[in-house]
Design a protein around this ligand. Structure first.
Ligand code: PLP
Length: 368
């Protein structure tokens, strides 16, 4: 009989599927060279703070040592930055790891996790990875005035049950680019019991300029069951280093720390994040550019007859009136990579990350 370890895997793991990267990017880079426009992964093409690059090159010779398992210097800097105790911060190998850890620590097959339709893909994956009962709350309709396909906080609140351990939300959300207001979030939090953790994923929060749609961090003192996740991957442009963090009640962090791998955040990521955090000027430059480029690209797409959803992120979602597969393939053949949305149940949409102006122009020129 042939050996198949899948039959040995536990029932929860057996039904999971490995991450599908969509394309083999290293091969495509070799094929297209400079002419490849990678607009599929919501990266920040302006690049990281020069101070982060210097900090990393200074630390290179020290990499024979293990990193600080507490990331003490970075935690102190984050604590000062957010005016919060260090004991309320946990660091992750990307915020992705923290989203997974939250489910691992708090949910199980006897309990449920609520997440939004068209919400970030990791929410249902984190739920399935621990065998918890996933409850998907319907999104707002596609013709909604301010947040088409966005989170419906009423539907989410109504979906929460007594056995719900976690609710995941993203503000703004990937892949829709939509956002909700501070007032909407407060109304939601007031409806959710403290026995449910509310996780607000703020991976793109720095890019927000919509009035009244700020960070949930200011609500942490009022709602001990609130957890806010942030990342250095987007506005700080350090996606390749894998570093993110969460802010929460100290007791939440205490639980996370029990399962967190001791050296999950590598040394270069720690020093780069510390330097990036101190470079407010670079962050401001990235955010300013991102806001104006998304406005420009949205207007250009709009003038070509495409429906572009309003976005507060570093990408835009284009909604077609037919399946988007042929458009994605058309662009791909011309060296422009965008993200198809079939996996999200949005097969008639494509997500386009902001590239450099030259790449964005190449995208526009490649459109049929
Ligand atoms: N949250 C959202 C909404 C995202 O879009 C992403 C990445 O694209 C992440 C979290 C994960 O980011 P990272 O693991 O790089 O911190």
């Amino acid at each position: 009989m042939s050996f198949d370890a899948a039959t040995l895997a536990n029932p929860t793991t057996r039904v999971l599927r490995a991450y599908d990267p969509g394309h083999d990017l290293p091969t495509l880079r070799a094929r297209f060279g400079e002419l490849l426009a990678e607009l599929g992964s919501n990266e920040t093409v302006l690049g990281p703070s020069p101070r982060a690059l210097t900090a990393m090159s200074d630390a290179l010779a020290e990499t024979f040592r293990y990193p600080d398992p507490q990331a003490g210097a970075l935690k102190r800097a984050l604590a000062e930055h957010w005016r919060i105790e260090s004991s309320r911060i946990a660091l992750g190998n990307g915020s992705h790891e923290l989203l997974m850890l939250l489910a691992q620590c708090f949910a199980d097959p006897e309990t449920s996790v609520v997440f939004p339709e068209y919400g970030f893909a990791v929410f249902p994956i984190a739920t399935a990875a621990v065998g918890a009962i996933g409850i998907r709350a319907n999104a707002l309709p596609g013709d909604h005035a301010t947040a088409p396909y966005g989170h419906d906080l009423d539907a989410l609140a109504a979906a929460v049950r007594e056995d719900t351990k976690l609710v995941y939300l993203a503000n703004p959300n990937n892949p829709t680019g939509t956002w909700f207001s501070d007032a909407e979030l407060e109304g939601f939090l007031a409806r959710v019991a403290q026995s449910t953790l509310v996780v607000v994923d703020e991976a793109y929060q720095e890019f927000v300029d919509a009035p009244g749609a700020g960070s949930a961090i200011r609500l942490l003192d009022s709602y001990p069951n609130l957890v806010v996740t942030r990342t250095f991957s987007k506005a700080h442009a350090l996606a390749g280093l894998r570093i993110g963090y969460l802010l929460a009640d100290a007791s939440v962090v205490d639980v996370i720390e029990r399962l967190r791998e001791s050296f999950n955040v590598n040394m270069l990521a720690q020093v780069a994040a510390l330097a990036a955090l101190a470079d407010a000027e670079h962050l401001e430059k990235v955010c300013r550019w991102t806001r104006s480029e998304r406005e420009w690209l949205s207007a250009e797409l709009d003038s070509r007859g495409y429906r572009v959803l309003p976005s507060q992120t570093n990408f835009v979602l284009v909604v077609l009136d037919h399946d988007a597969g042929s458009l994605e393939q058309h662009l791909f053949k011309r060296g422009v990579i965008v993200r198809p949305m079939g996996g999200y149940g949005l097969g008639h949409c494509i997500r386009i990350s902001l590239g450099t102006r030259a790449e964005n122009e190449r995208l526009l020129a490649a459109l049929p």
